[in-house]
Design a protein around this ligand. Structure first.
Ligand SMILES: Cc1cc2nc3c(=O)[nH]c(=O)nc-3n(C[C@H](O)[C@H](O)[C@H](O)COP(=O)(O)OP(=O)(O)OC[C@H]3O[C@@H](n4cnc5c(N)ncnc54)[C@H](O)[C@@H]3O)c2cc1C
Ligand code: SF4
Ligand code: SF4
Ligand code: SF4
Length: 392
């Protein structure tokens, strides 16, 4: 029977495997979910331990092919976080009447893994939700789809992909997976407390929190929040330096324990594909525009390399060492600092308003600098970048 382990990633494989349905996910004092066994019902079969990816050797061959790519549809690109690689893969899956699993909001504060079978539903999955997504019964659904001979595309954090593979227990030809480059996830409870405060401050009801919407400042870390206020729909701009949640997320201070010792932050990836942002693309001569985003894609398996040839993207191969040098999460986990403990204590003891007050005081100078940076118009920023690369 599984016992509490701080490295648990909350993938939920044990919950879904238990034949007695006696494991539930429960919040700890910091809002993180951990499995808890009802000992009265447990029959000691050991399946929960066997299926846990923490107990399985998940090492893979080092990735050899890396590409920078951009979806050819401007509309898809606009709705995607990076270069729209996720959509380009999903399109190929739908073309074969397959199904796609990924993270969508089921309520404005609850991201969850859901299954879609139509291209028209892709909007639900596009966009990075910077909160831990719950898996619910998605692994079981994937298993049923695979057994029904459907082509399945599953996307998620590397630990969620590892959880799925451990749950399935054997490889399937009709399964394609993509893991995202990931630096960590905060809990839903922490996010909910923030949203409750945000609604109070803005006197609104949040409909959709899109951390990385290009509607605000193009391909950047800025986003938008759609909210309802006195019966009307409003759009608030979201910047990471304005409110505490996004700032602490990007700073890596409020993740699950396991994220600081993550065994997946390297280039031996579990997914067929690995998807991320190709930051720094603006300064490179790639042969296509990256103005509205660019994906960094690792093609980790033969399956991915074959499928990639049919994807509707402009692309160019890039050097793996270059990708690793420019993306910290391909080489090391986020750092656990003392501030994290302070922030978790604040979460337990303070109201959202108080957390925000302390945040503005603590990071006054950093926030000011970031605000000035975002105030520079995009064309000027691009011009400065070009000069920088030219001078180099
Ligand atoms: C928590 C988190 C941390 C990230 N950290 C980095 C990073 O450090 N460096 C980097 O280069 N890229 C990072 N990314 C990945 C990046 O933000 C994009 O998600 C990725 O490049 C895909 O973009 P796209 O344009 O192809 O697709 P989009 O259409 O934007 O697709 C989004 C994809 O992400 C999945 N997804 C969204 N939210 C979650 C979630 N909460 N949990 C699991 N899956 C989710 C969706 O299922 C979908 O597959 C992170 C993403 C998340 C969610
Ligand atoms: S040992 Fe078996 S019955 Fe007990 S919790 Fe684990 S899977 Fe469930
Ligand atoms: S199977 Fe997943 S949820 Fe269960 S203990 Fe292992 S990591 Fe945690
Ligand atoms: S950093 Fe690692 S453990 Fe944390 S969510 Fe990402 S893949 Fe999972």
């Amino acid at each position: 029977m599984i016992t509490w382990d701080k490295n648990c990633t909350a993938c939920g494989a044990c919950v879904q495997k238990c034949p007695k349905a006696c494991i539930t996910m429960q919040e700890d004092e910091n809002g993180f979910l951990f499995p808890k066994v009802d000992k009265e019902k447990c029959v000691g079969c050991g399946l929960c331990e066997k299926v846990c990816h923490l107990n399985i050797n998940t090492s893979n061959d080092k990735t050899k092919i890396v590409v920078a790519c951009v979806h050819r549809s401007g509309e898809v690109l606009k709705q995607s976080t990076s270069g729209g690689a996720f959509s380009a893969i999903a399109e190929r899956i739908f073309a074969c009447e397959g199904v796609v699993y990924g993270c969508g909001y089921v309520t404005p504060t609850q991201p969850q893994h859901i299954r879609i079978e139509r291209q028209g539903d892709m909007k639900k999955l596009r966009g990075s939700k910077y909160v831990q997504s719950t898996i619910e019964n998605a692994y079981r659904q994937v298993f049923d789809d695979l057994r029904a001979d459907k082509l399945v595309f599953f996307t998620g954090t590397p630990c969620q992909v590892a959880g799925l593979k451990a749950f399935l227990g054997k490889p399937y030809d009709n399964l394609i997976t993509a893991d995202i480059i990931c630096h960590g996830v905060p809990s839903v409870a922490y996010f909910k407390k923030f949203v409750d405060w945000y609604e109070e401050k803005h006197q609104c009801k949040v409909i959709d929190f899109d951390f990385r919407s290009k509607e605000n400042a193009g391909w950047s870390l800025a986003g938008i929040c759609k909210a309802e206020k006195r019966g009307k729909n409003h759009i608030n701009k979201v910047y990471y330096f304005d409110e505490y949640y996004y700032f602490y997320f990007l700073k890596g201070e409020i993740y699950r324990d396991c994220c600081y010792e993550c065994k997946y932050t390297n280039v031996s990836r579990l997914g067929d594909f690995t998807l991320g942002d190709f930051w720094g693309a603006e300064g490179q001569k790639l042969g296509f525009s990256t103005d509205n985003g660019c994906s960094l894609v690792l093609l980790n398996t033969q399956k991915a390399q074959e499928l990639f040839k049919k994807m509707n993207v402009d692309s160019t191969e890039i050097n793996l060492d270059y990708a690793v040098a420019n993306n910290a999460q391909l080489r090391t986990p986020s750092k656990h600092t003392e501030l994290r403990e302070v922030l978790l204590r604040e979460y337990r003891e303070c109201s959202g308003a108080e957390i925000q007050k302390r945040f503005t005081k603590r990071f006054r100078a950093v926030r000011m600098k970031a605000r000035i940076k975002y105030a520079i118009p995009q064309p000027v920023k691009k011009f400065l970048l070009r000069i920088r690369y030219f001078v180099k």
